[in-house]
Design a protein around this ligand. Structure first.
Ligand code: TYD
Length: 199
């Protein structure tokens, strides 16, 4: 099997990290070399950027926020994702380009076309093979978050805009699938696995 680039998307607390672990365990069990990673914060530089991005005391302009996320993404693609794929490993990432379209586009109101163009620049055109949107009603997502970071502090209307954008965007994504994240974790994993060409 050729290495795949798989992306999990969805609001905070939709179970992305749980699924990252479950999928990675299942792929390893089948003898498929796999690494898991996340945005923001998949590299050393990214971890520093993540601290800045999530700090609830900080005021960040929407476009500055996007540039920070894109710096994280570019470093992530160059330092980790591309080398791993080239070394034959399947990469599963929690969040990628769709997050910027949903949060900075849908949520913050930046033009989608601009976000798209800058995403292309940051990723050098690297697209996921599969994208799974772990979809959760905004009320449920918000209720599940504990200590609020800068994004989670935005409240319900922000979450609603992000979800609407996600649902619209995933339909246009090649190999993009919506998974009901209110289902038990094992069922979510099963639904993801049945879409992947793992035979
Ligand atoms: P994440 O670590 O995935 O949060 P969680 O584990 O709670 O889901 O992401 C941190 C925050 O960064 C999240 O609220 C969404 C935001 N984010 C964007 O707004 N745009 C982006 O492009 C990315 C990658 C993340």
């Amino acid at each position: 099997m050729r290495p795949l680039f798989i992306v999990l998307e969805g609001p905070d607390a939709s179970g992305k990290s749980t699924q990252l672990e479950r999928l990675s365990a299942e792929l390893s069990r089948r003898g498929i070399p796999v690494i898991t990673t996340k945005e923001p914060g998949g590299t050393d530089l990214g971890k520093r950027l993540r601290e800045i991005l999530l700090d609830p005391r900080r005021r960040i302009e929407p476009l500055a926020e996007l540039f920070l996320l894109l710096a994280d993404r570019h470093q992530h693609v160059r330092e980790l994702i591309k080398p791993a794929l080239e070394a034959g490993k399947t990469v599963i990432s929690s969040r990628y380009t769709l997050s910027s379209l949903a949060y900075q586009g849908g949520g913050r109101g930046l033009p989608l076309e601009l976000v798209r163009r800058l995403n292309d620049l940051a990723t050098e055109g690297l697209k996921p093979d599969y994208t799974f949107l772990l979809d959760l009603p905004p009320e449920v997502a918000l209720a599940r978050t504990g200590d609020r970071d800068r994004f989670e502090a935005e409240g319900l209307s922000f979450y609603i805009r992000v979800r609407e954008a996600y649902l619209e965007l995933i339909r246009k994504e090649p190999n993009g699938f919506v998974i009901d994240a209110t289902l038990p974790p094992a069922e979510v994993t099963r639904r993801i696995l049945e879409r992947l060409p793992l035979a």
